[in-house]
Design a binder for this molecule. Structure first.
Ligand code: NAD
Length: 456
């Protein structure tokens, strides 16, 4: 099928590359000329395991192209996927300007039946706004195409950054919301053909109305964020009462109604999705005169949890950190990505530096992106306090402690003798509970996890 993807970011590029891999003819559009030039020169703007190979293979086969040409992008695909960003507005609600701009572009250039597929995460009711914006542009046209038909479907994306290609190719589920008009049913049939390769062994598609599909994405992210904040809140209590949240996690996760996944205490959730989607769902509720009390708490707990590592440093080393140096492993908001959006490391670095410390940092892939975002977060003289190191062990020299923020695999079995030899004090403050406290004690490491201060 001929497909256009509008927005070539994490979701758009992965969607485009994976649909091309299945034999479709994909046109990826972006407004960012640098991104398009990079892709046309064989580069990849994001770190995502396996993506580079899929993009290269399909570029070579002529199944995927990258362009900033809006008219050509609209002409190309009968299916027009909108995968642009929906960042939080000033009041926390989703900013739909990019989505609506994409819809208007389609209305300006379309010539014949189109299916607009909302893949961006958008509040309930957005499909109607997309249809209205598109129709408005169509109405301004004096040509024969002004009467062109279209349908807007909702097809929210559930991929996880760091495993996006795998998630897209082997989805748990595909959610598609469509209308019941003739155009809506025609759109449903086209979506059925597009996603048929994913449903060969068993049906993974959940067909529903558009609003329910839009809501499903927010409900999923809100539930996942709730599990994280729930565990973080219990972990903070575990620290007080002298219990080990990891033992508690195993103890409750074995109940199939609860399950083990996504039940980890840590340094708070970040990324481009959970923070903004929880906020946006709350704002939607307020528009309908309802208050989502649980989600307000989820957000408040997370804001506090992002400060947990800074708090643990202060508890151990005092409020004045002037002249002290700390090593930080992990900057990305989670492993296997270079995404620094809302990363807890940003909160920690700011706090350490504002308290007078200097910091040596290492991340396997997010160093370049970290330099970019930290330059926005911090004043130039604060940025100078950050030493970007080429290897994890290089960050440890003369540091008072090692603070672990992201659970990269490479951090899971480090050489503890080397760590002890390089650090000024053998102290590890572990925001991801990577190690066993008893083993750390046996190795002579003073270990501070999250919710693991067991009384002995
Ligand atoms: P992103 O910022 O990585 O990419 C968005 C791209 O859209 C950018 O390259 C931008 O230049 C481009 N763009 C903006 N306006 C445009 C326009 N009018 N025409 C063409 N291109 C335009 O964002 P992302 O992380 O891919 O997220 C996209 C959407 O998918 C968001 O709604 C997000 O919530 C949702 N989502 C993201 C993830 C994730 O893990 N990142 C997962 C599921 C859903």
């Amino acid at each position: 099928m001929k497909i256009t993807i509008i927005g070539t970011g994490y979701v758009g590029l992965v969607t485009g590359a994976c649909l091309a891999e299945l034999g479709n003819d994909v046109f990826c559009l972006d407004v960012d000329q640098r991104k398009i030039d990079l892709l046309n020169n064989g580069g990849i703007p994001i770190h995502e395991p396996g993506l580079e190979e899929v993009v290269a293979r399909n570029r070579a086969a002529g199944r995927i192209q990258f362009s900033t040409d809006v008219a050509a992008s609209v002409a190309h695909g009968q299916l027009q996927f909108i995968a642009v960003g929906t960042p939080p507005d000033e009041d926390g609600s989703a900013d739909l300007q990019y989505v609506l701009a994409a819809a208007r572009n389609i209305g300006r250039h379309m010539d014949g039946f189109k299916v607009i597929v909302d893949k961006s995460t958008v509040p309930v009711g957005t499909a109607d706004r997309v249809a209205a914006a598109l129709q408005d542009e169509l109405g301004k046209r004096g040509d024969a195409a002004a009467g062109s038909e279209f349908a807007v479907v909702s097809n929210p994306e559930f991929l996880k950054e760091g495993a996006a290609v795998e998630d897209f190719m082997r989805p748990d589920r595909i959610v598609i919301g469509h209308g019941d008009s003739p155009a809506g049913l025609r759109a449903r049939d086209l979506m059925k053909v597009l996603y048929a390769p994913f449903n060969r062994n068993h049906e993974r598609t959940y067909w529903m109305d558009v609003r329910s599909a839009e809501f499903t994405k927010y409900a999923a992210n809100a539930m996942l964020a709730t599990r994280i904040s729930f565990m973080n809140e219990l972990a903070n209590l575990a620290d007080r009462v002298g219990a080990d949240i990891e033992a508690v996690r195993h103890g409750i996760g074995s109940d199939p109604r609860i399950g083990h996944s996504f039940l980890y205490a840590g340094a708070g959730y970040g990324g481009s999705c959970f923070p903004k989607d929880v906020q946006a769902l709350e704002r939607t509720a307020r528009q309908y005169d309802q208050e989502l009390l649980i989600l307000r708490a989820v957000e408040a707990v997370n804001d506090r949890q992002k400060q947990v590592l800074g708090r643990k440093v202060v508890q151990r080393f005092g409020a004045d950190l002037a002249g002290k140096r700390f090593a930080v492993w992990g900057l990305a908001f989670k492993p296997n990505t270079d995404d620094m959006r809302e990363a807890p490391s940003r909160v920690l670095l700011r706090e350490l530096i504002e308290r007078g410390a200097s910091v040596a940092v290492y991340d396997p892939v997010a160093m370049e992106e970290a330099r970019r975002v930290l330059a926005l977060d911090l004043a130039p003289e604060q940025l100078e306090k950050i030493d970007f190191k080429a290897a994890p062990m290089d960050a440890l020299h003369d540091a008072e402690a090692l603070v672990i923020v992201t659970e990269w695999k490479a951090f899971r079995s480090p050489d503890f003798d080397q760590i002890k030899a390089r650090l000024k004090n053998p102290v590890i403050i572990d925001g991801r509970n990577l190690f066993d406290p008893a083993q750390m004690t046996a190795l002579g490491v003073e270990y501070h996890g999250i919710g693991r201060s067991v009384l002995t």
